[in-house]
Design a protein around this ligand. Structure first.
Ligand code: PBG
Length: 330
């Protein structure tokens, strides 16, 4: 970069001196179009229950979902992400509830699509962890997570979600080869227009703790996810993961967690011409929310963190603040 001129003629503060001027030279602009709202769904009727580890976040029964979607549609949030809290009675070793057409996710997709048509997009995780008794994203045999056998059930889960009306299939388990296989199966079954958002670079992270309570997999999880999720020391590997998923047919890729991984978002953006999404995960949410509630920081911190994602190059951010921020931006 060449800098011409020097102080005292050159003064960068000139552009910052008034509000209008700061707005004029602003390089990024957070809008409601950048927000994806996660929704936790729980079994039963007429129930809204709080998630202990995530202040301000609730699980809704399917019949209560319109309360949230009405608001999301009003604010023009482009997409919601659905996550089920599956009763432990329905969990087993192979996570078969994932392919039950009357599971919570399927019921929720049907309701939302029927009531809201294409006014809002629906994205669903494709992974087994909300459904397995051991809490892992894949099939577990003799202490090992099986790759290829897991892909077979993920394909069926993807096809089922697509059939229900899911717009964006989001494989989030970090298995090898799944994007290509899922794309092929979708195309073969006339779901050519269903988008795939690959959680291409997902790290084995302690920031997921509160989410696991929210979906009820915390107590059941045995061990960690380090044989499939990425080591947080690595960044070249993230680019390899992304390159492979793009080659296999991903329409968008996700980096997760969010804020501690802005470097990955930025280098993904520089290296690939594909929409890069970020996930400000549950641990990030709860830390920020607790600090705001305790008045340690003021709530502008929310906009600041989301703007940081934009600056790093994210096209959109999955955030538990989506609702609150959309209201604020309105
Ligand atoms: C599981 C999944 C996880 C999250 C989204 N999908 C957790 C995990 O991998 O254990 C975490 C999201 C969050 O923490 O907000 N496939």
């Amino acid at each position: 970069m060449i800098i011409t001129g020097k102080y005292p003629n050159l003064r960068l503060r000139r552009n910052r001196k008034t509000d209008w001027s700061r707005r004029l030279v602003q390089e990024n602009n957070l809008s409601v179009n950048d927000l994806i709202l996660p929704i936790f769904i729980v079994d039963g009727k007429n129930k809204i229950e709080s998630v202990k580890s995530m202040p301000g976040i609730y699980r809704h029964t399917v019949d209560k979902i319109p309360l949230i979607i009405d608001r999301a549609v009003k604010y023009k949030i482009p997409m919601v992400a659905l996550f089920p809290h599956t009763s432990s009675k329905l969990k087993n070793n192979s996570g078969l509830e994932a392919i039950n057409e009357n599971n919570l996710i399927c019921k929720a997709i049907r309701l939302i699509k029927k009531k809201y048509k294409n006014k809002i997009g629906i994205m669903c995780d494709v992974a087994l962890d909300p459904y397995t008794s051991h809490g892992h994203d894949g099939l577990l045999e003799k202490g090992k997570i099986l790759n290829d056998e897991t892909i077979e059930i993920l394909i069926r889960q993807s096809l089922l979600q697509a059939e229900m009306g899911c717009d964006v299939i989001a494989p989030s388990d970090m298995m090898d080869g799944r994007i290509g296989k899922i794309r092929k199966a979708l195309d073969k079954n006339k779901f050519q227009n269903v988008q795939i958002l690959s959680y291409a670079a997902k790290y084995a992270s302690s920031f997921y703790g509160p989410f696991r309570e929210a979906v009820g997999s915390k107590r059941s999880l045995k061990g960690d996810k380090k044989t499939y999720q990425m080591d947080f020391n690595n960044s070249a590997e993230a680019l390899r993961e992304i390159a492979l998923d793009i080659k296999e047919g991903a329409d968008m890729v996700m980096i997760k967690p969010g804020m501690p991984y802005l470097d990955i978002i930025k280098s993904a953006k520089e290296n690939f011409k594909i929409p890069i999404l970020a996930y400000q995960v549950s641990g990030e949410y709860s830390m920020i929310k607790n600090a705001i509630n305790k008045k340690i920081v003021d709530k502008n911190i929310i906009i600041e963190t989301l703007s940081a994602f934009k600056r790093a190059g994210a096209s959109a951010v999955v955030t538990y603040f989506a609702d609150e921020v959309a209201k604020f931006l309105e």
